[in-house]
Write a new protein. Structure first.
Length: 318
């Protein structure tokens, strides 16, 4: 298990795309700025998709431009195709994620593209990325979504998953990620999938995972991924979000609970947990009718618990 874990906040994209209310642009900026100030180093701030499909994310270019003014923050976005990648690069995004559902039925519902069409898009995006000046070249991830099962197709053959993982890397992705889009994963499945995909593309090509808490196994699945050496975990503030194209797949893991668990285990995140808990108030105030989840925000920190930032301050003083 790596001593330091990157917590990637996906609420401004995956969280907001799944709710009906449109969060005002200035509130999104306040949310992102507050999380960055709390020490969150990577935030997926939006998605470059047509506004008519996801009006909640119509301001993504403006949000990227704002987030780029925050020192030390990796500004990530989701792109569904080459056109989205062109807009993301023009806006200055640091990381692009192209979702490839290993379920072709889900791929057609989500992106309206077959597997081979998505691979073609990946190839074109990789070429575009390579053409950028080296200091402005974004990191390019191909995300294997519905990798633990699909609400439309059920279990996906492992051979198909591995073929698509290899195809993404051959197309020019810097890495692949695993996404439990439907909330079907369990700890054993996570370990088996990490082992299998790494066997196909190499350890360095798989470092992160995106998990849902649909059946209450989110944090258990995180631990399974960490045991396998993964170093990046996606989470959403307040657990908002899911996938609008996978029925019943609601429930991202809660950023606040994830950070508490990691810090309680002595792992480093770089995040000031008390400040992170305060960020929740921004969302609660702006989306009063939207349920927010998480045990740590409700229960508070245990008596005697010393958050990571305070621990580092004490070590420095000593």
């Amino acid at each position: 298990m790596a001593p330091e874990i990157l917590v990637s906040e996906v609420g401004p994209r995956d969280g907001l795309q799944s709710i009906k209310n449109i969060l005002p642009t200035d509130v999104k900026k306040a949310w992102i700025a507050a999380e960055a100030a709390a020490g969150v180093r990577e935030i997926e701030v939006g998605s470059f998709v047509p506004a008519k499909l996801l009006p909640q994310l119509a301001d993504t270019a403006e949000i990227v431009a704002f987030a780029k003014t925050i020192p030390g923050l990796t500004v990530a976005v989701l792109v569904p195709n080459l056109r989205g990648a062109e807009a993301a690069i023009a806006a200055g995004a640091d990381k692009l994620t192209l979702p490839l559902s290993v379920s072709e039925t889900h791929s057609l519902a989500n992106l309206r593209r077959t597997h081979e069409q998505v691979i073609d898009e990946a190839r074109a995006i990789a070429k575009l990325v390579a053409a950028q000046p080296e200091d402005r070249r974004p990191h390019f991830e191909g995300s294997l979504s519905t990798v633990f099962g699909c609400t439309l197709e059920g279990a996906i053959p492992l051979a198909q998953i591995l073929r698509l993982a290899e195809a993404l890397m051959t197309a020019g992705c810097d890495e692949v990620g695993l996404s439990d889009t439907t909330g079907y994963a369990d700890p054993k499945a996570v370990k088996d999938m990490v082992r299998a995909v790494r066997g196909a593309v190499g350890d360095a090509a798989l470092t992160g995972i995106h998990l849902h808490n649909t059946r209450g196994l989110g944090l258990a699945n995180v631990l399974a991924g960490l045991d396998m050496g993964l170093t990046t975990v996606d989470a959403s503030l307040g657990g908002i979000g899911g996938c609008p194209f996978a029925p019943g797949a609601s429930g991202n893991i809660v950023t606040e609970d994830l950070v508490f668990m990691l810090q309680a285990m002595g792992l480093k995140t770089g995040i000031d947990l008390p400040r992170l808990l305060e960020v929740r108030k921004i969302i609660a105030g702006a989306l009063p009718d939207e349920p927010l989840y998480g045990f740590t925000p409700d229960a508070g920190l245990p008596l005697g618990f010393v958050p990571e930032i305070q621990t580092r301050s004490m070590e420095a003083a000593a």
